[in-house]
Design a binder for this molecule. Structure first.
Ligand code: SF4
Length: 292
């Protein structure tokens, strides 16, 4: 006759006796279980330990939903509210009534060249550099046929002078060969010029021709678009397309100047001055962890 298991035995009063709990093997704080303790658990019926790679694979899918949830929470904050956006635009307009392009220029060609030079360089430095360049090479034809070394020397102080000199000469050569020496007024034609990207084209169209083709997105516009809760996009072109439906077209040129000025004066990269910011009442301060 098979022996009864201890669990099925009853004592004199009829109650099932308590089976003493098996001693739990605890690992020291911060330390994983030893092989011996894992073996003990396996012997006592615990599920055998899974291989590390399998565990890692099982954990992976849980991270993506967590990230997605965080992004969804941020997106909720960022849900474009036209009233809030308009309030911010009104405040920016009020605080920066004289906002305009900080690059000095008299013709569309000069602005095109100054914008090419402004990459990774301050506007002040560009404005110190361009008078000598424009005096020596006043037209697209002159720049197109200029010696690379001579242009390099004239723009050296703006940094990346070799590639900038090459871009200027090549863009001018295209302007001469394809547009009769005149800077084109269409976005597609401008971005087709060698060395000219979407940002440069928008600067020229908006500020030299008064054509609202798009929104200029630089480092300040990127940072403030995030903090003000306009978009979470990181890529400049995606930010531009996220901003366009939020901002009235007539403000597309000015909004860049406003955000650049506000980024320099108040909402700086390291420690924004939120306590003194006129936009604070309408700003969700997305991503701001340190402020003054
Ligand atoms: S409240 Fe702070 S984060 Fe928002 S715009 Fe002003 S300075 Fe920038």
């Amino acid at each position: 006759m098979p022996r009864k298991s201890p669990r099925s035995r009853r004592n004199k009063s009829g109650a099932t006796p308590r089976v003493p709990a098996s001693p739990r093997v605890r690992s020291a704080p911060g330390k994983s279980r030893t092989a011996a303790s894992r073996a003990t658990h396996t012997l006592k019926g615990a599920r055998p330990a899974e291989p590390a790679a399998k565990k890692k694979a099982a954990r992976k899918p849980t991270l993506a939903p967590r990230k997605a949830a965080g992004r969804a929470a941020k997106e909720a904050v960022l849900t474009p509210d036209p009233v809030r956006v308009q309030a911010l635009l009104d405040l920016l307009r009020e605080h920066y009534p004289d906002a305009k392009c900080a690059l000095a220029f008299e013709t569309p060609l000069q602005l095109l060249i100054a914008t090419i030079l402004s990459a990774q360089c301050t506007d002040e430095r560009v404005n110190m550099t361009t008078p000598a360049l424009f005096a020596r090479y006043p037209t697209a034809q002159a720049l197109a046929s200029a010696a690379q070394a001579d242009v390099e020397e004239l723009v050296r102080s703006t940094g990346f002078f070799r590639s900038k000199a090459k871009s200027i000469r090549e863009a001018c050569a295209d302007i001469v060969s394809k547009h009769g020496g005149q800077v084109p007024r269409e976005l597609e034609a401008l971005t087709a010029l060698r060395g000219v990207g979407r940002k440069t084209a928008n600067v020229v169209l908006g500020n030299a021709f008064g054509i609202t083709s798009g929104i200029v997105v630089d480092t300040h516009v990127t940072r403030l678009s995030h903090r003000l809760g306009f978009t979470l996009e990181q890529d400049a072109v995606k930010i531009e397309f996220a901003l366009q439906p939020l901002i009235p077209r007539e403000d597309w040129v000015l909004v860049s100047h406003w955000l650049i000025l506000h980024g320099r004066a108040v909402c700086n990269a390291r420690k924004p001055r939120c306590s003194q910011c006129p936009l604070a009442a309408h700003c969700p301060r997305v991503g701001v962890t340190l402020s003054q």
